[in-house]
Design a protein around this ligand. Structure first.
Ligand SMILES: [Zn+2]
Length: 313
């Protein structure tokens, strides 16, 4: 293992010029990626921002973590981060999961930037499967790790065909899929990855965030960036952009229903809750999925209540 690490370090050395960064005893390019990679990724991001919701292909780099563990989000973070940034990384709402902790450690090692668990303090937030409960402002960027960027994959396996459907804004098969769902089950059964229409033009996969988080994408103050490392796609929702979950006139979109439930730790009745089973008693209880929000409230430093998203049942 040691030999392999030394080999990797040596392989990186010839590429070091000018912007070398010395962290934890080893020398890296600033933010790991070489400058041309960062430039390409930034250009793709700009294109994605210019065409909200449209998937832009990019040359996904090999990262020192396995694909499927957030290599897409990590590449955007590394291409954007500067010395003055403060980074927060969450996984399903938690700052302390193995994936989140290791991504944070890695970015810190190759940049030396400050990290935080406080949503309000962070300038860059990399996330897997959640949007923080506290409202983000125009100085913050939320970067999503995306497993499957194509919302039409549910109804069409061919990449060529899905590209045609996007080009022609032909989303009839998605509508039909949702309609059949209602006919069969009496409701739309899509939970996470609920398809949304961005800026009235592109159908977009919001990544597997719960429906609860979707209203927060709509006309937000901050920039949202999405990246799938394995599928090599970047897309974006710029500030003040309309994001609408697909719904029918007589069958409105609904978020998850937590009526009558509260977080057992902080008492919040307006945040997204995770169900917890007590092994000893077999009883069920609920806790906030956003651990930093919950912790803040317990310390008495947080918002008095969570901000219930629009469209709540
Ligand atoms: Zn709580």
């Amino acid at each position: 293992m040691k030999a392999l690490r030394a080999q990797v370090r040596d392989a990186l050395r010839p590429g070091l010029r000018g912007s070398a960064f010395e962290g934890a005893g080893a020398r890296y390019s600033w933010a790991f990626l070489d400058e041309s990679a960062k430039r390409e990724i930034r250009r793709r991001m700009l294109k994605a921002i210019a065409i909200p919701g449209c998937q832009v292909p990019f040359g996904s780099r090999e990262m020192p973590i396995a694909r499927g563990w957030g290599t897409g989000g990590l590449q955007l973070t590394l291409a954007l981060i500067g010395p003055g940034d403060v980074l927060k990384v969450i996984d399903q709402g938690s700052d302390d999961s193995v994936n989140a902790v290791n991504i944070k450690k890695f970015v810190q090692r190759v940049t030396g930037v400050a990290v935080t668990t406080d949503t309000r303090r962070a300038t860059l937030i990399q996330t897997r499967h959640r949007i923080p409960e506290e409202r983000l402002d125009s100085g913050q960027v939320l970067i999503f790790q995306v497993p499957i960027p194509e919302p039409l994959r549910l109804v069409e396996p061919s990449e060529r065909e899905t590209r045609r459907m996007h080009a022609e804004a032909d989303y009839s098969r998605m509508w039909l899929y949702l309609y059949e769902d209602i006919v069969r089950y009496g409701e739309i059964t899509v939970g996470a990855r609920y398809p949304v229409m961005v800026n009235g033009r592109y159908l977009m996969d919001p990544s597997p965030i719960p429906r609860w988080d979707l209203p927060r994408l709509d006309r937000a103050e901050n920039l949202f960036l999405f990246c799938a490392g394995r599928e090599k796609r970047i897309y974006a929702v710029p500030p003040h952009t309309a994001v609408e979950p697909l719904s029918f006139e007589d069958f409105a979109f609904r978020v998850e229903d937590f009526a009558g439930r509260r977080c057992r730790r902080c008492g919040s009745s307006a945040s997204y809750l995770d169900e917890v089973l007590d092994d000893a008693t077999g009883g069920r209880s609920w806790v906030c999925s956003d651990t930093s929000f919950c912790e803040k409230r317990r310390r008495g430093a947080g918002p008095a209540e969570g901000e219930r998203p629009g469209g709540a049942a």
